[in-house]
Design a protein around this ligand. Sequence first.
Ligand SMILES: [Zn+2]
Length: 139
Amino acid sequence: MSQLTVGKDVLSYCTKCKLNLGHTIVAMKDSKHIAKVKCNTCNTIQSFKDPSQSSKQNKTRTKKTSSAPSKVVSVSDLWMEKMSNTKKKSTPYAMDGKFTEGDIIDHVKFGPGIVEKVVDDKIEVIFRHEIKTLVHNKQ
Ligand SMILES: [Zn+2]
């Protein structure tokens, strides 16, 4: 068995990502027991959760609950992510403007938003607090 020390990578259950993921040991209880780990994915420091132990419980349970896609991403998280991943300049929103997916618009009431989808003369826009469908390309 490989030695466990601070700085080593281990597999642990991340309570935030809700997955067994690679974690870095940040603290040891003793030479064989890990106290705290840091998720390599979300950087959350948490108690070590041995994935081989937690999976024992649902081993025999093949219950197929329609595992609703674990989308715990809120609109503002989505907005933040989209906004930080774009280099586009925002354009003031106007009904007669024509927008395409990924465009950043500036809405007088809702503020900056990113165009998620375009369906004919409608656009679905992610704003800071809500997703709105707006009209565009109005002749
Ligand atoms: Zn995580």
